[in-house]
Design a protein around this ligand. Structure first.
Ligand code: SF4
Ligand code: SF4
Length: 141
């Protein structure tokens, strides 16, 4: 295509952009917004380590921890969800969010640390039979 044809097409080809709030269709490969269930979270911070986009923040405090997620920084890759063995994270089908200010969509939670599970009771060793008295000598055998 020569430059004149290209210019002609661009001049008369109509708009290539959409006016807000119209949005293009979501890609089939979009994995969705991350959802967090504080009741299931153990505070292991694996999700933060797996998130290379720094969309997840994690800080520990005394008896609690702080977890936050910013969809504005998220690439919706799903690595955090795959790494969460407690199933505290999931992704839903909702459209990618629209935002105008950085941090505007951030969700933060302060979660109390759960007490550690009680240790299982120690197994009692079987009783060892002691020496028996010899009735003939009166002593132990
Ligand atoms: S959301 Fe999952 S991976 Fe992240 S801190 Fe909680 S339990 Fe760990
Ligand atoms: S989906 Fe990907 S980018 Fe988004 S918070 Fe999880 S690991 Fe980070």
């Amino acid at each position: 295509m020569n430059i004149l044809t290209m210019l002609w097409k661009n001049l008369w080809g109509g708009s290539r952009t959409m006016l807000f709030p119209a949005r293009p269709e979501v890609s089939e490969r979009y994995r969705g917004l991350v959802r967090f269930d504080p009741a299931l979270c153990t505070g292991c911070a694996i999700c933060k380590m797996r998130c290379t986009s720094r969309a997840i923040e994690f800080k520990t405090g005394k008896g609690e921890f702080y977890w936050s997620y910013d969809p504005g920084q998220c690439t919706f890759c799903g690595r955090c969800v795959e790494g969460c063995k407690s199933h505290a994270l999931s992704q839903d089908e909702e459209c990618p969010p629209v935002y105008t200010t950085i941090g505007e969509l951030k969700n933060s939670y302060t979660v109390a640390r759960k007490p550690p599970a009680p240790k299982p009771a120690a197994a009692v060793p079987p009783a060892v039979a002691g020496p028996t008295a010899n009735p003939a000598t009166g002593g132990a055998q």
